[in-house]
Ligand binder design. Sequence first.
Ligand code: GLN
Length: 485
Amino acid sequence: MTLMDLTAVELGQAIRKGEVTPTEAVQQGLDCIRRSQEDNPAYITVTEELALKRAKEWEQQRPEHPLSGVPAGIKDNLCTKGIKTTCASRMLAEFVAPYDATVVERFTAGGGILLGKQNLDEFAMGATGETSWFGTVKNPWDSARTAGGSSSGSAAAVAEGSCWYALASDTGGSIRQPSAFCGVTGMKPTYGSVSRYGLIAHASSLDQIGPIARTAEDCAAVLDLIRGQDPRDSTTVPLSGPPLLEQLTGVVTGLRVGVPAAALESVSEGVRRGILETAEVLRARGAVVEECELPLAKEAVAAYYILSSAQASSNLARYDGVKYGWRDKTAVTEEQLYTRSRSQGFGAEVQRRILMGTFVLSAEHYHAGYEQARKAQAQVRQAWNQCLERYDLLLMPVTGGAAPVLGRSVAEPLALYWEDVFTVGANLTGLPAISIPCTPDAEGLPLGVQLIGRAFADGTVLNAAYAVQQDTPYHRRRPGEGKVK
Ligand code: GLN
């Protein structure tokens, strides 16, 4: 057993007992990064010196938090003062953030140690990690496959063991989907529970920050560290109730869980088995699990891409070659400066979203585009909330199958959009959702299942996931174990 086999909470305990020092943990993380980084760029910036310095400082001043002294990574769309924050884009390749995001401040105040900024799809747009300007992250379980996206680096880093958890963002599935593909646990908390101040915006009404870690318990500990109202993000609200870690009792007796029947028909045999087995585990612990109906899946994807692209096109208008970011040096006229800087600074997927978003917001298409999508979103919300009046939780797939092979999505962007069918609902509704590893597929590739709860019932979601993980071994599997190379 090495430090890599410990969960974040276990490492925190070992540090508090004096069995391990943060410096030792940082060294292990850095060694792992050195071994894998050249072939698999999970990190865009490795903050080696800072990590070692913080580990030493920790010895003088030990913050009282379960994760104090535990090294972690941060997705490179979260602002870190004095450290490059690139969004995996040529546009921001040299951008050094002048301030810390609120979650980064809280992370540091709680004794978190930053190992580096993690790779992603450019501006968090994508589902395979292949749109990054800094190279594609591969799946640690099988290097021919994608790690998922957009939090490709964060999920791969936690799976390979170079950090014990990561702070990432989820606009339409970017925490949960790569977590499922890499065999780790990832949670998108309720919209409004974690401040997005300092998160470089993709689609503001959908973006949410959350953890990627080994277990639901780790996710609870990370969320306890970062969540809560922030005057700098007016969408955050005051939270009540005990810390999430204290809500992990493992008791799910009488909990009502709905499994959307239609979802089971459109997924691989492996994912289906994963859902049915998870249902059995919950049943054995006293939960009531039954099939339910959850309509509007296709409409949700269409609404998601219209709304997110529209908001992205407006959020990304600030990158104009004037204030900051990539600037074309040959431009003579103002128009040339904008056009060339933006054409060179943004990759194909980001440009596609900006074009799509501008189109649906244009005066001619606003009614048929943005307005219709808002209506569809309202219907999805209503249907989901009605369903969640009958059930405490929904149990459903995260993806249709295991991680796809690299290269395919670049040729078929639209096909890739449809694969977000199981994840975008939680963003359109703002509901809390977690992805946990389940039985791997026949080749040994990781698969995940998703639990979704009522708004602000993040504790219920985490506790159910925690209960499942008490009775299953899948979150303990590491790449290299099982059939896959
Ligand atoms: N696949 C989704 C998209 O490309 C997810 C993005 C996200 O959650 N950041 O928009």
